[in-house]
Design a protein. Sequence first.
Length: 93
Amino acid sequence: AKGGCTKYLTLQYLNYARWTAQQHSCNLPSALGIMARTYLFNAEGQLRPLGLFKLWWPYVTLVNETVHWGMKVPLAMQLYSGCREAGLGPHLG
């Protein structure tokens, strides 16, 4: 799957940024700043490059994506079957 891993990793960071924004009632750039200050810099202000990995919460997005696809795929298949049975054919346009 082209871009599957990239999509998954991007979702990790975006979901965490969204949750941070909700927690602190701020916009996305401010949330990214909070995340950077929390994980990418130590108390003395020195850069901690490996802190980037602390922003990765695989279990959160994995569960979210599993539930999403678990509902989306069966529903799409059911709707497709229903449309075919109604005489709409394999393609509408």
